[in-house]
Design a protein around this ligand. Structure first.
Ligand code: SAM
Length: 184
């Protein structure tokens, strides 16, 4: 039986790796960024990891796909930036508590991880989160609704954070939930 790792490795290896283009949520709000330790969960090829590292963070980049992490590792080495690639399944990976000044999650949603994501932030630490919401099924009917942000957006999952930006229906098609928040 194919594992999640096989599935994602196969998906990534089918095409030439795209140039790393960090998400606009991060780029457009880069003035909020400080320095310190960052965590990029389900980082894929890690465009946001590289961006954060170039802003001065030391980044832990976690993903199940060793293919994607190999590409990221090479790009980080070429740029001379600090990205530590961690191959792990987020269903079992233990996210360190109160460790990070910045946590990034782009296009990955697992409701069971929300408390751990919030708990990973140090006081004052920032969360940048952007992923598809429940309206995405009207664009891609095949998409498993389990992995879509439910009505209302992301803010309700993070009670210990001050919300700086909350867009339940962002993106040009209204199918992306976007959040920036800071730990009290
Ligand atoms: C849609 S991609 C998003 C990648 C990247 N954050 C981005 O925005 O380009 C989802 C990522 O989640 C990773 N992934 C899926 N299931 C995972 C799991 N259980 N544990 C860790 N990573 C997982 C995949 O390998 C893939 O890189």
């Amino acid at each position: 039986m194919k594992t999640d790792r096989d599935k994602w490795d196969a998906r990534y290896s089918r095409t030439e790796p795209a140039p790393p283009t960090p998400d606009s949520l991060l780029v457009d709000h880069a003035d909020l960024l400080t320095k310190g330790r960052a965590l990029d969960l389900a980082c894929g090829m890690g465009a946001e990891s590289l961006f954060a590292a170039e802003c001065g963070y030391v980044v832990d980049a976690v993903d199940i796909s060793t293919f994607a992490l190999t590409v990221l590792n090479g790009r980080a080495r070429d740029r001379g930036v600090a990205v530590r690639c961690i191959a792990a399944d987020l269903d079992s990976f233990v996210i360190p508590k109160e460790t990070y000044d910045l946590v990034m999650v782009f296009y990955f949603f697992a409701p069971g991880l929300m408390a751990a994501i919030e708990g990973a932030l140090k006081r004052g630490g920032l969360l940048f989160y952007s992923t598809f919401n429940h309206r995405h099924t009207s664009i891609n009917p095949e998409f498993n609704p389990k992995y879509l942000v439910p009505p209302g957006g992301l803010a309700k999952f993070f009670p210990a954070l001050d919300i700086l930006l909350d867009e339940p229906y962002g993106g040009s098609d209204g199918n992306v939930a976007r959040l920036i928040a800071r730990r009290r």
